[in-house]
Ligand binder design. Structure first.
Ligand code: C5P
Length: 237
């Protein structure tokens, strides 16, 4: 009974507007991917890591992780794919079958608290095949017909039943493998690829459960998100 974490770090991070991939952007002296890896390992419930690295940067990412004394579990670095879904699939292919639980986590969420990781793994080990951290939605959300500067509203879903989901998402390994196999043809197109792994499990008709998320696990997409993460790291958020 061991847990593997697949850490996705192969995105370009174009919206951050830097000339290096987002996972290598600095936050308080260390790149995002290193923060995320340290926190996964530091949770005490992760036995091995597979990191998906951007094309041509596998060695850079490998060296970073190998040089860090807080990364005390075996690490494998694989090349990512054209979409996040394809990157996770590449990570899964490199996964050893001895790991019965697989977490999938985005390097774009560097500051995950240990108890969040533990909560997800505990719920999977309690028998839920797919577990996702989520937070209540505080904004009212509108569904639109997208396109143009003025978009028509189609519906206003009841926000009390909505959750904004985060990573790490946790899975029974065989379920995640099955979900990725079934969703494989969507992985190559950015328009069709799944934006999270739980969505692929839902497409199989299998149940997915939510456990409480954490605001500290916020995703870094823009420069503003990075500034907020700096405050969080300094304990000033
Ligand atoms: O771009 P976005 O922030 O949505 O990406 C989410 C995560 O997926 C990031 O950690 C990114 O590095 C990863 N990713 C990947 N391979 C891709 C695209 C994104 O590993 N082709």
């Amino acid at each position: 009974m061991t847990t593997l974490a697949i850490l996705t770090a192969a995105g370009s991070g174009a919206r951050l507007g830097r000339d290096l991939p987002k996972a290598l952007v600095d936050l308080g002296g260390s790149p995002l991917v290193l923060h995320a890896a340290r926190r996964l390992v530091g949770s005490g419930v992760v036995d091995a890591l597979i990191v998906t690295a951007p094309d041509g940067l596998r060695d850079v990412v490998s060296d970073l992780l190998a040089a860090d004394d807080r990364i005390t579990v075996p690490v494998t670095v694989v090349g990512g794919g054209p979409t996040r879904q394809a990157s996770v699939a590449a990570g899964l292919e490199a996964a050893h079958a001895r790991h019965d639980v697989v977490l999938v986590h985005d390097a774009a969420r560097p500051l995950i608290p240990a108890d969040l990781v533990q909560r997800v793994v505990k719920a999977v080990r309690a028998g839920h095949g797919a577990v996702v951290p989520g937070l209540p939605v505080t904004d009212t959300v509108k569904q639109v017909t997208p396109g143009g500067d003025v978009e028509p509203v189609v519906a206003t879903p009841d926000r009390s039943v909505l959750r904004a989901v985060q990573t790490p998402q946790g899975f029974a390994r065989e379920l995640l493998v099955r979900a990725h196999e079934a969703g494989r043809e969507r992985a190559v197109s950015e328009d069709l690829a799944a934006t999270d792994d739980a969505g692929l499990v839902e497409a199989l008709g299998e149940p997915v459960h939510i456990v409480p998320g954490d605001a500290a696990a916020a995703k870094i997409t823009t420069e503003r998100d990075l500034r907020l993460a700096e405050l969080e790291l300094e304990g000033r958020a």
